[in-house]
Design a protein around this ligand. Structure first.
Ligand code: SF4
Length: 329
């Protein structure tokens, strides 16, 4: 891996789940949860991935962490194509790529003590002696701001924010290089959300972590992301630097998400763009631009031709027939 190579490169990634129907449970159709996604993440960078529930963002995260085997496309990590690795060959990448989940209570084994939970990844990866692992558990608790005595307690004895700290401690136990944060603050009170976001920022500074930060709310990713990718029905529709996305959203879907962010100034009123209908089913996506049934600026072409992600005048990557230049033009 050269110095300027991305840490993670995702290329035309697809995850299509078979839908079994009828008495014989034959596969006649597919749920196209992820349908041709490409992006890079540099070492130490945070990419915010935002979209409504059901748009495929969590499935994409799980494909990258290789909890799923993608249907097609490639996941390249630190120069190695890991898309089809299995078993032992995948072990080093299980150390390097970790996940933090939305609901720590579901992801933490309720019958194990916090000490056991934090030691488990070290045992699986055969790291250290028993004494060294115990010392590492104490270190991890200290890093995430929990007292050492937490090691002998059980997850149910902690608050939601403290449980997420335990989930974060487990995720960094093996010194990963990329952490996929799947809605890590969505289930928490607003006051606790900022504490957890600050902790993630501190850990990134200290350990040089790269993050794929998945959220359904653009306001949450604003301060943590270097770049933001907006996802709609299994595809990325806009990518740009974080500030640019908020200041000059180009895709009509991004514009509607931005318009939903409350403005903390009582003298200013933003015009809210309310979209008609719900996200369509990824089993039977609309023709042409998948956003066309809800788009306030839809044209005839949009119903027939699917727009490719292309560089815009403002330097965003946008999949829309309005104003985007064709690749190579
Ligand atoms: Fe709207 Fe057409 Fe752009 Fe799709 S391609 S977002 S339908 S204007």
């Amino acid at each position: 891996m050269r110095e300027d190579d991305p840490l993670l490169s995702v290329s035309d990634l697809r995850m299509h789940f078979p839908v079994r129907e009828g008495l014989l449970l034959r596969t006649a159709r597919f749920n196209r949860a992820v349908d041709g996604v490409s992006f890079d993440i540099a070492p130490g960078e945070t990419l915010g991935l935002v979209g409504e529930s059901g748009c495929g963002k969590s499935t994409l995260g799980r494909c990258i962490a290789r909890l799923y085997r993608p249907t097609a496309g490639n996941v390249t990590f630190a120069g190695t194509d890991i898309t089809h690795l299995r078993g032992r060959a995948l072990m080093p990448y299980r150390r390097d790529i970790q996940m933090i989940f939305q609901d720590p209570m579901e992801s933490l084994n309720a019958r194990h003590t916090v000490g056991d939970i934090l030691e488990e990844p070290l045992i699986v990866q055969k790291v250290g002696t028993r004494a060294e692992r115990a010392a590492r558990v104490r270190d991890l608790l200290d890093i995430v701001g929990l007292p050492a005595r937490s090691a002998s307690r059980y997850p149910f004895e902690f608050s939601g924010g403290q449980r997420q700290r335990i989930g974060i401690a487990r995720a960094i136990a093996l010194n990963p290089r990329l952490v996929i944060c799947d809605e890590p603050v969505s289930a928490l009170d607003v006051s606790i959300q900022s504490q957890i976001l600050n902790l993630l920022v501190d850990l990134q500074r200290e350990f040089g972590l790269a993050y794929l930060f998945i959220a359904h709310d653009l306001a949450v990713v604003k301060h943590i992301s270097d770049r933001i990718a907006i996802m709609y029905l299994g595809r990325i529709v806009e990518t740009a630097d974080s500030e640019d996305v908020y200041a000059h959203p180009e895709h009509p879907y991004t514009q509607s998400l931005i318009s939903a962010i409350p403005i903390p100034d009582p003298h200013r009123r933003a015009e809210r763009i309310v979209l008609a209908g719900d996200v369509p089913s990824p089993i039977d996506p609309p023709s042409g631009c998948a956003f066309h049934p809800r788009c306030p600026r839809v044209m005839d072409t949009c119903k027939r031709v699917r727009p490719a992600l292309a560089q815009s005048d403002q330097g965003h990557e946008v999949a829309c027939h309005l104003g985007a230049e064709e690749p190579g033009s």
